[in-house]
Ligand binder design. Structure first.
Ligand code: ZN
Length: 315
């Protein structure tokens, strides 16, 4: 297993620190604009109907978001992200895709397993009249707690009881390694325990997929490894293509404008960097429509080339 870990996470921050950061922001009432959109953002793409729900936001430190950024450049960027002098919020955007008889969620947010500022998806679905029992499929970009923490509630029951789940073979193998304590860095052990909790809860209703596989007609698994060893994105066929990107780029400001900068929570930093650069290059060339999980709500837009880098243009 250890051979698949090409690098160590650049900054070890434990869950307690992350949770504390989120709590501090919630008390300060610095809610990022659009994080709790009253009306979810809807659009159609070919035969797919897409509604973007908010799971709220997560608060990350400057060391995680901007590890490669010179200290004197950090305050300006944090401010543009809607943050404070040492941390910033990242939105969590969850698309609900309607196609044929399927209702598909791409990731399901934190539930009660991460920061108190996130975990709002269930309430926002309810407000929009979406019955959790009507979700037929849950596809997972990767098994970090802000993406799969809502698998089971405090009562250990599945939040989406009738859904079939899809996760990549690489992600399953990495996180469910019984010898994870020996094979992956200590800073990831709590994430591993969380991923095992979430994935084991659905193991009887889980399909392992790999890049190139089809989830439903017109929805294909795309290779975007690096943020985690089994991270995948999803490409939806339309008049042009739409990519549900997950965390291939965790900010529509930082990593568009600075495609050579690392992100502190990438498990395989150099592979993640290459995946991100390849993805943005392709997105700009093909004018791909993208949906980023942590981009400013609703996180839908395009990459345009600008001075050797990119700028995000909202759809
Ligand atoms: Zn994430």
């Amino acid at each position: 297993m250890s051979s698949t870990v090409k690098g160590k996470p650049m900054h070890a921050v434990n869950r307690r620190q992350i949770v504390a950061a989120g709590g501090a922001l919630a008390t300060a009432s610095l809610l990022p604009k659009g994080a709790y959109a009253a009306e979810p953002y809807r659009f159609t793409h070919g035969t797919f109907g897409v509604t973007v729900f908010s799971d709220g936001f997560i608060m990350l430190s400057a060391e995680i978001i901007l590890p490669d950024t010179p200290p004197d450049e950090r305050p300006d960027i944090l401010q543009r992200l809607g943050g404070t002098s040492d941390s910033a919020p990242l939105h969590v955007n969850i698309p609900l895709i309607r196609t044929g008889n399927d209702l598909i969620l791409v990731d399901i947010g934190s539930g009660d397993k991460f920061q108190a500022s996130a975990g709002k998806l269930a309430a926002n679905l309810k407000a929009a009249g979406v019955d959790p029992a009507s979700i037929t499929k849950v596809v997972i970009t990767h098994a970090h707690p802000d993406h799969t923490g809502a698998t089971v509630g405090p009562d250990r029951r599945l939040l989406y009881p009738n859904a079939h789940y899809f996760v990549s073979e690489g992600e399953w193998q990495f996180w469910t390694d019984p010898d994870y304590e020996k094979n992956i860095p200590a800073s990831l052990h709590e994430f591993a325990r969380g991923a095992q909790r979430d994935l084991s809860a659905v193991k009887d209703r889980l399909t392992l997929v790999k890049p190139g596989d089809t989830i439903v007609s017109g929805m294909r698994v795309l290779e975007t490894r690096g943020h985690t060893p089994g991270h995948i994105s999803f490409e939806l066929v339309g008049s042009d293509n739409l990519v549900i990107a997950g965390d291939v780029s965790t900010s529509n400001i930082v990593f568009f404008e600075h495609p050579t900068w690392h992100f502190g929570f990438d498990t395989e930093p150099e592979i993640a960097l290459k995946s991100r650069q390849d993805f943005l290059d392709r997105a700009a060339t093909e004018k791909l429509k993208m949906l980023g999980c942590h981009w400013a709500y609703p996180g839908v837009g395009y990459a345009e080339r600008k001075g050797g880098a990119y700028q995000f243009v909202a759809a």
